[in-house]
Design a binder for this molecule. Structure first.
Ligand code: MG
Length: 207
């Protein structure tokens, strides 16, 4: 288990290849919750094209998946994010605040495989489909088009896709009941002001 204030590396993998590595501060690591925080503007590693240009998310998903790529430098952009993940759960619930003024923007339900511990932090596989939950608890699916394309190219079998969507529907039940953390119990949380901007350690890409 990690201690509050430790820095860890949170990584996304696709077919075992690391596709993003984000340094995060440990807020809580207990049998019931893994809470990790990444402030806006944090430098990270993510996929880029071979010439270093940013990932072209606007082009069709099938074309994106055929592109050769390497890991390159990126940043977290405008949001500070707190990720709340129950050990064993196939989704994570994020709180997103605007970096400049800590105004609460939304919850984000990221469908992902259960966290796997590594020597440097945690790994997961993103399941493409997501949900956005606004402060008034209205919600919508996100990236359904990419999720459909991911099924067409065989990234998910029909059974896997059904399980991913069912996981999302389970999470939405908590929204409808205004249950944790949609009861806003974390909305006023703030990081320790003494914490640094987390950085990736040597060996961030090792197993
Ligand atoms: Mg996602």
């Amino acid at each position: 288990m990690w201690a509050r204030g430790d820095q860890v590396v949170f990584r996304y993998r696709n077919h075992e290849r690391i596709t993003a590595a984000i340094p995060m501060m440990v807020v809580e690591d207990s049998p019931s919750l893994v809470a990790l925080f990444v402030p806006a503007e944090t430098p990270l590693k993510r996929r880029v094209l071979l010439d270093g240009s940013p990932w072209p998310r606007a082009i069709p998903y099938e074309e994106q998946t055929a592109l050769p790529w390497r890991m390159g430098d990126g940043v977290m952009h405008e949001h500070s994010i707190l990720q709340l993940t129950r050990p064993g759960a196939a989704h994570s619930i994020w709180l997103m605040w605007r970096g400049g003024d800590w105004s609460f923007r939304r919850w984000y339900i990221n469908l992902q495989t259960p966290l796997r511990r590594t020597p440097v932090g945690f790994d997961t596989r993103d399941q493409v489909l997501d949900m956005v939950v606004l402060p008034d608890l209205s919600w919508h699916w996100k990236d359904e088009d990419e999720f459909a394309a991911a099924q067409r190219i065989g990234r998910f079998t029909p059974e896997e896709a059904a399980a991913i969507r069912a996981e999302g529907e389970t999470a939405i039940a908590a929204v409808k009941q205004r249950a944790w953390p949609f009861d806003a119990s974390w909305n006023e949380w703030r990081p320790d002001p003494a914490w640094p901007v987390p950085t990736l350690p040597e060996g961030w890409d090792l197993d």
